[in-house]
Design a protein. Structure first.
Length: 170
């Protein structure tokens, strides 16, 4: 299921997309495997056939192998951080860098962000991105989406609502 405000859809501008993936949240386990990474990649490829321009996968270092597998599949970059909410904090920092990078490089700004995590910790970063005219899509599982995400994101895609045919094709 997708929730979207049509008035918020980006129009008439070059779209450069960044994808930020919290692998532990997306896999719904604190210990994701390489198989979990491949499954998530198939789901995301089904939802978004066009690859993002920039992809960052964040994990706790103990999950670096699974994170590296997803990085190989997405041609992205891996970010690791120890501690409680380490992956969340690493992604939060990445998301906070986007508006500043857009100001430094106005000729090629990131105009769209796909956040694969529904943690409430990202709400301030989503707000900041939206204030900087970045279109934000949040992708996550229904039981992993903070209720405030629906209010701040431009679009929310619930992975659980993928049809069996779509999942089989992935």
């Amino acid at each position: 299921m997708t929730f979207q405000n049509p008035a918020k859809t980006p129009k008439n501008r070059l779209i450069r997309t960044a994808m930020a993936i919290d692998l532990e949240n997306a896999a719904r386990t604190w210990r994701p495997t390489e198989t979990d990474a491949a499954t998530l990649h198939r789901q995301l490829s089904t939802l978004f056939p066009a690859q993002a321009h920039f992809t960052v996968v964040a994990v706790n270092p103990r999950n670096a192998l699974a994170g590296q597998r997803l990085v190989e599949l997405t041609k992205g970059a891996l970010r690791c951080r120890h501690g409680e909410n380490g992956a969340d904090l690493e992604l939060f920092d990445y998301l906070k860098e986007i508006p500043e990078n857009n100001r430094r490089h106005p000729q090629c700004p990131i105009t769209s962000v796909r956040l694969v995590s529904g943690d409430g910790i990202f709400i301030p970063a989503i707000r900041q991105l939206r204030q900087s005219n970045v279109y934000v899509t949040v992708i996550g599982h229904r039981n992993c989406l903070h209720h405030g995400i629906y209010r701040v994101a431009d679009r929310v895609i619930i992975l659980d609502d993928q049809t069996p045919q779509t999942q089989a094709a992935a």
